[in-house]
Every structure is written in C-alpha cells, then in structure tokens.
Design a protein. Structure first.
Lengths: 204, 204
DNA sequence: GCACAATACCTCGCAGACGAGGTATTCCGC
DNA sequence: GCGGAATACCTCGTCTGCGAGGTATTGTGC
C-alpha cells in the first residue's frame, strides 16, 4: 500500500483550499483587471458547478492578496450599481502567480479539482520547460499503481470487486487516467519540442 | 452560463469536508469495529493518494461522532503498543450512515472526491430503489451541459480552445464523463431490475 | 543496550470556510 | 411610485483543518 502514515502527512503547509482560490484570482487578474463581482462569476464558471465559492470566502481572499501586495484596488463609480473595486495584479502578483504555477504543492498535483485549476492558468507560465516539469509531476503521480481498495497491500482491480459501486469508482478512475496519460504524453512531447526550439534560438 | 450567484450558494449547510470524512468513518465501521489507527490507514488507502487526512483532523472527527452518539469506544489493551480505542457503530450510527447515503448534499454529488467516497459505501444503503435515486442525481448533474470555460454564456468545446492546457481539462473531463455515463446507465438498469424484483416479492 | 521506527492516541492555536445578515444603488415590471 | 431582482461589497460568529508538538509502548537493527 505504501501509504505514509507518519508525521505531517504533507510538508506543504496549510491553506490548501485557499491556495486554489487564490490561484484562480491571480490567474484571472493576469488576463485583465476585474472587480470582485465579475471575478466571482468567472470563478463560478470555472469551478462552481463542482465546488461553489461563497462570497464570504472570496472577499476575504481578495483582501489577503491585497495585504500581501499581490494586487491593488481602484474604486470606480459603479457602472450599474454600487461603486466597484477594480482589482489589478501588481508585478509582485505576477511573479507570485508564476511561482505558484511552477512550484505547486503536492495536493495541487494529486487532487483533480486543484489540478484542473492549475491547468486552467498554466499558459501564464510562459516557459515550456517549466510547464513540462509540472506536467511530469502529474505524470509520475498517475503512473504510480494506486487503487482505492486493497486486499491487504495489494491494490484491487475492478474485475475483482463484487460491489458494483466500487467497481464503478475504479472503472471511471481508469478511464480518466487513460485519457489523461494520453494527453500528458502528447502535450509533453510538443512542449519538449518547443523547449528545444527556445534553447536553440537562445544559443544562436 | 446560468451559474447562480445569489444568496447562500448552497443550502446544505457547512462542513463539506467534514461530511466526507465522517461518511468514510461511519462507512468503514459499518463493516467492522476498528480502532483509530487502522481506520486512519483505511481512509488513507481510500482517499489519501488524492487528499491526505491528518491525524489531528481524524481524531477530533471521531470524537464528534462519539459525542453525537453515532459510535462508542471500548478501551482494549494494546496488542502491540499503547492501549487502543476500539470504535463500534451504534444503531443510531447505522441509521445516520444510511440517511447520509440516501440524502447526500449537492456537493457530494458534484465533487468527484466526495462522490467516490459516497460510492465506496453505497452498498450499505441496501435498498436498490434508494441507490438508484442517488445515481440518478449524479446522472442529472452530468447531463447538464457545463464547461469550465465560456464565451460569454456559451460553453466552449475543446476544439475551440487554443490553450493546450485548457483543452486538456476539457478532454479529460469529457472522457471521465463518457465513462461515467455508460457506467451509470448500466448500473441504473440493473438496479431498477433489482427494485422490481424486490417489490414483486413484497406484494406476492 | 541503545537509538529509531512503528504503533496508538492526544491537545493547542492559528487561519480559513461560509451561512446569516447588513448596506447601498439601479433597473424593470406593473 | 413601489416591490423585487440584480449589482456590488462588507462583517460577524461558529466550526473545521491541520501543523506542531506531546505521551507512552513495543519491536528491530546495529
């Protein structure tokens, strides 16, 4: 099974959900300055169907990022209603976004919700070699032989289960894994091609 | 887009992650009495590769369930080390498990992590009609045309995206969805057969 | 015979999630 | 001319998540 059940479990520090939300905020603001209400709708579109974000979670998150100097607010007269706080990424905010995209916590790699959020903004990490490095971490995770159900140490396969619901979990997970592995290998190949072209043009 | 951005966001009340952990505890204890340490390894095997659970989250959760009368402890001399607290589901705990399996919060239906946990213990909800009702909720969710990325109101398809990473998200999500829809329809058909057999034998 | 890992459980404190509630403005239907 | 919805933001209190740390016992390698 090789499931580590020792101190700490993750080295990565607290705030796993917060990290995902903050990444989405930074990612959307990298495209264009937005005010909170529109940002909320963007986030609802991205992850809301799976995992809704409450207003009372979003607004404090914006404040945290402002306090950390990653974004600034400009109050504008409301176009249609109350005055709006237009949020703009600072240079430090842009750097932090790239750092978070390049060095995601392990949970960001393993949890599909987090991983999809990471992928949604991965293009902002302009360097193809750095992008490939992150995809390779996901590839390594998917290549580990893990199941959800075990007979002692041995992972069980769908065919070995009587329970139709547990069999469903494994069937679905396997289909996802197959599709993602194919996509990962394709995309890694083209990123590695791009990385070679970049390094060639730099040395010439 | 039809993403509701109004009061509340979810009616279901707090404790979404807690609900998932508690379900896993109740579900494992329904099979057999366990002590905390073994329970922790079971949970690590089930969801730990994706989303590890810290000791300092598990033990308080056990206490909550004990306080709520859903499980009882019996202290046993440690077989190999310190004394162990063997946890056993109460009758009320068994009923609560079934209630949670039959009436999951919406997040339990939409978030894959939660949904897989629900499926892992769905067999404890012995009634095939009740099981089918839960699967139908997931089916309805998957049949809604939702994307992660939009052009205004219109959901974008993988082919329309330039960004290879966002295209990946949609490709993977589509593969998952296809596999799950096939499994859901199969399983619903056989559950509905089982439900008919049950009701026939009850009336005869 | 001594350190170290594994077993087995616990508390504390900080920070985050979010429902409930509040405020103010504008637009639309009637 | 008024009620309701949408826009736009905010605070408060409660509960939860979890890293850091603590305690005690048994088994294993050197």
């Amino acid at each position: 099974m090789a499931v580590p059940v020792s101190r700490g479990t993750t080295v990565e520090g607290l705030r796993q959900n917060a990290a995902m939300l903050e990444l989405a905020i930074l990612g959307f603001l990298h495209d264009a300055p937005l005010h909170g209400y529109v940002l909320r709708r963007h986030i609802a579109a991205l992850t809301g169907h799976v995992r809704p974000v409450a207003e009372s979670t979003l607004y404090p998150a914006i404040k945290r990022l402002e306090k950390a100097g990653l974004l600034v607010r400009a109050t504008e007269p409301g176009a249609v209603a109350a005055p709006r706080h237009v949020l703009r990424l600072t240079e430090e905010g842009g750097r932090e976004l790239k750092r978070r995209l390049a060095e995601p916590a392990q949970r960001e790699i393993t949890d599909e919700n987090h991983w999809f959020t990471l992928l949604a903004f991965m293009r902002h990490l302009a360097d193809p070699a750095a992008q490939a490095a992150v995809l390779r971490r996901r590839l390594a995770f998917l290549e580990e032989p893990t199941s959800f159900f075990y007979d002692g140490e041995r992972p069980l396969r769908a065919e070995e289960l009587d329970d139709p619901f547990r069999r469903g979990v494994l069937t679905i997970a396997r289909a996802t894994s197959r599709a993602e592995l194919a996509w990962l290998r394709d995309t890694l190949a083209s990123l590695e091609g791009a990385a070679r072209r970049v390094s060639r043009s730099e040395t010439s």
